[in-house]
Design a protein around this ligand. Sequence first.
Ligand code: PMP
Length: 301
Amino acid sequence: MGSQWIFLGGEFVKKEDAVVSVFDHGFLYGDGVFEGIRVYSGNVFRLDAHLKRLFESAQSIMLNIPYTQEEMTQLIVDTIRKNQLDSAYIRVVVSRGKGNLGLDPSSCSKPSVIIIAEELRMYPKEYYDRGIKIASVPSRRNRPDVLSPQIKSLNYLNNILVKLEANQAGVEEALMLNDQGYVTEGSADNIFIVKNGVIYTPPVYLGALEGITRNAILDVARAKGYDVRESPFTRHDVYVADEVFLTGTAVEVIAVIDVDGRKIKDGNPGAVTKDLLEEFRKIVTTDGVACYPTGTNHAIV
Ligand code: PMP
């Protein structure tokens, strides 16, 4: 494996040279937006949906991305090809850029656009085989009318705090409630429950990011004929569910077998969870944007 190339400041630079200014407002204030995207066998999974979310996050914080969606698509594909990657994790960051120490973005003349593509670090296989434990945590999800969870911003403190609280509780992931006590999502994943054959996930307006994986799971579940509903539920509903699982770009679909010390059913990953992961994996190599012409050896393109 040669150098890792990062797209930064309008060109490709080596990883060692990929540095941003301490005056970048992304660093000083978390002023910016980002995306985490996955590449499966040269296919950038649902890239259009990721870019739509990126541009909508930017629109919401009045950040002007200096490329069109088509140009961003090409730049992401170019970054994957430049690094000769086949299966990868992509991080796209657009920050307000360099300014002075004041928080007013008007001192920032040019947004910083960064694209990082690297080898995938998979979650441990036993997480999938045995499922994970989660716990509801003291910090509530940001209220949508304060800082909308729909904005995938560089300000991830809400998520970081709940991750710390989950670590303190000795579990793998946090269960975040909103200020009304309704279930919203995990620190970086959406939540689903299954009860009496019906699949439920909270509506995003309660305070969740509209996950790309979440929407893909809704699509494959509906296509398979499951009864799927976006409706509010509480911790109690999670405790007494037949199955609980989380979804996200990195984690895909992962079973939850214990919530706040309550074992979910027999404490093993459930059949619907396994079925949906299988269905999801059927679409990940074709649903998206192909980086390489079919039949080519990716490494020499
Ligand atoms: N919620 C939050 C807060 C997240 O950061 C993520 C990861 N992007 C998700 C949910 C899952 O979204 P996706 O399926 O698009 O990765």
